[in-house]
Write a protein that binds this ligand. Structure first.
Ligand code: S3P
Length: 173
């Protein structure tokens, strides 16, 4: 596949993939591709609208397409991959071939403190902590399976997390 030197950030909602991705992309002089933003741009609908009108399975189909397109980019890019991409075995296979996959990891308790309930996070519902605990239980083994590296993010300044990620890809922090 082309573009085999991407840097892909994975992890749960609220782990900081987009924020860290933006900073890292800037430092590396690469483009940031955010899978949720690309789903919204491709469909002209918000993630919440797709969930509410067509259901989660329809969203996952759009998400897989957006991820595949981002990873097919001929230029090395930074990809902020939405939290649920690891659920799909084909996505996991793509991620394993994509370049460097970094898991931004935090406990559900930490995530519940950090997460914002935006228009793209319908799964958080009225009780984000309970939702995050359930999702963490389902997904932790999948993040472990595809990640080349795990960076803890709980209780750490953004600058430190960015520096860790840059170091992992051999860039001076
Ligand atoms: C989801 C994460 C969200 C968004 C959607 C579903 C998930 O993206 O794709 O709400 O299943 O974890 P972020 O991880 O960017 O918040």
């Amino acid at each position: 596949m082309r573009g085999d030197a991407h840097l892909v950030l994975i992890g749960m909602m609220g782990s900081g993939k987009t924020t860290v991705g933006r900073r890292v992309a800037e430092r590396l002089g690469r483009r940031l591709r955010d899978s949720d933003a690309e789903v919204e741009a491709r469909t002209g609908r918000t993630v919440r609208e797709i969930f509410e009108t067509d259901g989660e399975a329809a969203f996952r189909t759009e998400e897989a397409q957006a991820l595949a397109e981002a990873l097919d980019d001929p230029e090395p890019v930074v990809v902020a991959a939405a939290g649920g991409v690891v659920l799909d075995p084909d996505n996991r296979a793509r991620l394993r071939d994509a370049g460097t996959v970094v898991w931004l990891d935090a406990t559900p308790e930490e995530l519940a403190r950090r997460v914002t309930r935006g228009s793209h996070r319908p799964l958080l519902g009225d009780d984000p902590l309970t939702a995050l605990r359930r999702l963490d239980g389902e997904r932790r083994p999948l993040y472990e399976e595809v990640a080349d590296h795990r960076v803890p993010v709980g209780g750490r300044p953004l600058d430190d997390v960015v520096a860790d990620v840059l170091t992992l890809v051999g860039a001076p922090a």
